[in-house]
Design a protein around this ligand. Structure first.
Ligand code: FMN
Length: 207
């Protein structure tokens, strides 16, 4: 089993990475492989609503990490998305990436357990956390929780390492993710995944 941890921060080894590493440590202890994927610092464009992804399952643009990210999620058993808090939201580059990743590939992520984590200096953690969880809850992905809303505090990795409660929340999340993945692995022999209705209803509330 393997879990993909997406670091949305432009700071590859910063606070978000420190929190993700704490989760990865717990998963590795449970013999679950991990990969921390950094979205980097290059420009990531927003979705242009061209709709080409509806036929290909990938974004029409392949000059940034979006399509690589779709492929990595497709191969993963579970995912964790980590973001620094920018103005009480996830950072813009990560949102641009997630809009396109989920619009193009979201239907293939069904039933993969997912979790969001955020890192902030002081405020806005809960609102940023809510935004990230919405990608999962529109995609049939079971959301993994912890003992508190998944956040750490700090402006540097050293400060995050002093946030003992935040780090414990991350470790608990890692163990909860491992437990759910193992439950699903055992259950898939006897409990079929839920049936999806063949016709997807889509109403725009204009009639
Ligand atoms: C543009 C920008 C906006 C920020 N907005 C907030 C904010 O709203 N609330 C907050 O507590 N910290 C804010 N911060 C601080 C970062 O969220 C915080 O330092 C975070 O831990 C950095 O994580 P990283 O090292 O993984 O990038 C902001 C930082 C930047 C660069």
């Amino acid at each position: 089993m393997n879990v993909l941890l997406i670091n949305g921060s432009p700071r590859k080894n910063g606070c978000t990475f420190t929190a993700l590493s704490e989760i990865a440590g717990e998963l590795e202890k449970q013999e679950i492989k991990t990969l921390i994927f950094s979205i980097g610092t290059k420009a990531i464009r927003g979705c242009i609503a061209c709709g080409k992804c509806k036929t290909t399952g990938h974004c029409a643009y392949s000059d940034d990490p979006v399509n690589e990210c779709i492929d990595l999620i497709s191969k993963a058993d579970g995912i964790v998305v980590g973001s620094p808090v920018y103005y009480a939201s996830p950072n813009g580059a990560l949102l641009a990436l997630l809009d396109r990743v989920f619009y193009a590939g979201g239907s293939s992520f069904t039933y993969k357990p997912a979790a969001a984590i955020v890192s902030c200096r002081r405020g806005g953690a809960a609102t940023a956390f809510d935004v990230l969880n919405k990608y999962f809850t529109i995609s049939n992905m079971p959301v993994v929780s912890s003992q508190y809303w998944n956040g750490v505090h700090g402006q540097t990795p050293e400060e995050v390492r002093q946030d003992l409660e935040g780090l414990q929340v991350m470790r608990t999340l890692g163990r909860n993710m491992a437990w759910l993945l193992k439950c699903i692995d055992v259950a898939k022999e006897t409990v079929p995944f839920p049936e999806k209705e063949t016709v997807r209803q889509r109403t725009n509330f204009i009639r």
